[in-house]
Ligand binder design. Structure first.
Ligand SMILES: [Zn+2]
Length: 209
């Protein structure tokens, strides 16, 4: 059979190149997210992209006359559009989840204080809770980071135990909070020790998130 490079064949070929490139980028994203344990949903995207690739290849073979479409071309095009819409929703849901994991949930100061009080056992008054009362220096980039307890809770709202650690012993209670900070090599957390009145005591070396 003679190969005809008609516009639809060329456009479909370009589409296939784009999809393969997108697949490579998505696999790279999985590699980046794996150490953070956030790669799970990206495998759904990989599966979806593979499905798209098969559709494109099928369409190419149809245009070249190797395969006869079992449905009308209009229906096929509608399917591809529909798949595109699902793909957009999927990407949006996954990136929202990912950013929530990184940046936290938007909580009001009252909600954040309630969550803090439930987890720690008590909480400072709202004014003290929402104030950016602490100022520390990152040991990696040497930048100053100002934060308050409300910021710590919001950025760890999905898993509060990763952001606050209550240490008690010998009649003393100490709270270690982990404010997040965008450092030069990515997101990091800095352990900050507070006493039982939530006054700053000391801070340690930052750790990657
Ligand atoms: Zn830093």
């Amino acid at each position: 059979m003679q190969l005809v490079f008609s516009p639809e064949v060329v456009i479909t070929l370009a589409g296939i190149i784009g999809i393969v490139y997108g697949l490579i980028l998505t696999l790279k994203t999985v590699g980046v997210l794996r150490p953070l344990g956030l790669q799970g949903r990206y495998w759904i995207l990989v599966a979806f992209i593979c499905f798209f690739l098969m559709m494109y290849l099928f369409q190419l073979l149809t245009f070249l006359g190797y395969v006869v479409l079992p449905v009308s071309l209009d229906l096929m095009v509608s399917f591809v559009y529909f798949g595109g819409a699902i793909y957009v929703v999927l990407v949006s849901v996954i990136s929202l989840g990912l950013w929530r994991n990184v940046a936290g949930k938007p909580l009001t100061d009252e909600e954040a204080r309630e969550m803090f009080a439930k987890y720690v056992g008590n909480a400072p008054p709202l004014e003290q809770f929402r104030a950016k009362a602490y100022s520390i220096r990152c040991n990696i980039c040497e930048e100053n980071l100002r934060f308050g307890l409300a910021d710590v809770v919001s950025s760890h709202a999905d898993s509060i135990e990763r952001g606050i650690d209550v240490q008690a012993g010998m009649g003393l209670k100490m709270v270690v909070v982990y404010p997040r900070h965008v450092c030069k090599d990515g997101l990091r957390e800095i352990p900050v020790k507070l006493d039982d009145a939530y006054k700053y005591r000391s801070h340690g070396e930052s750790r990657p998130v």
